[in-house]
Design a binder for this molecule. Sequence first.
Ligand code: 13P
Ligand code: SF4
Length: 322
Amino acid sequence: MSRDIDRELDPGFDLFAGIDRLRDELNAVILAHYYQEADIQDVADFVGDSLALSQQAAATDAVVIVFAGVHFMAETAKILSPEKLVLLPDLEAGCSLADGCPPDEFAEFLAHYPGHKVVSYINCSAATKAMSDVICTSSNALKIVESFPEDQPIVFAPDRYLGAYVAKQTGRELVLWPGSCEVHETFSERKLVELKVQHPGAVVTAHPECPDQLLQHADHIGSTSAMLAFARSTPEGEIIVVTEPGILHQMQKENPDKMLIPVPGEEESCNCNECPYMKLNTLEKLYLCMRNRAPEVTVSAELREKALAPIDLMLALSGAAR
Ligand code: 13P
Ligand code: SF4
């Protein structure tokens, strides 16, 4: 069906103008994660990390949210704004973290840890959120875990690398669900070391979804927005960037005189440092989802109520308004 729709578009069709027209007609706000392709970032009303986008989604007066990101992000936007129509350019845009933590298996896992509080990274499904006490993002994970008394046993899901990083930084023992981001665990440590040798003056910024052996080479570790802030503030002219390379678009715009160096995956020929789910979205699909008011992301009222409480608690603990 989508191919039939694709054929309706003339090759010379001005997607930027079409998206602008529909943005007005629908009273829509377009949100883009930093891992989206450059054109999508440029057409968006807001570009941000998971926490900022979920807050912006909630704060906007728009009638329609077009979420250029992945499914769990659009679902979060729907949970925060149930009255709004939430559109995702490609319904297949999933996430290895969210999809690697099926709710039934997670429920079985949790049954082994009575008395534990459940802290779940926002990169999980609404059903997993509904089983959690509080949600966190990579910007606020340390703060959220530290909000519990030191002797409170905690399960951290679904990212074992982010969980291990939080455990190391906070000195807490965390029970980790064994999930991972297939992109951040693919970066090559060997190539990172080679790049450091080739660029001895460069500083390294890395996302905490990376395994510890990569993080050990980093001068700075943080969420995508923290990585951007670091790139702006460092006096060094060369920055090695260990996250999905979509972020380089904003980083280069903000730092036109700095040299940004992405880290590849182990395989020479692959694009495996790119998130295959994020990159399913295209400018054309963005236009088409607005024109067709579909695909829509929905969450049942019952699930919404259960998933909202731990998100609200995160927003309260991170000092953010809903
Ligand atoms: P942040 O933008 O919150 O750092 O998350 C990174 C990521 O992998 C999103 O899927
Ligand atoms: Fe999920 Fe990793 Fe892609 Fe982020 S980069 S959406 S965590 S698979």
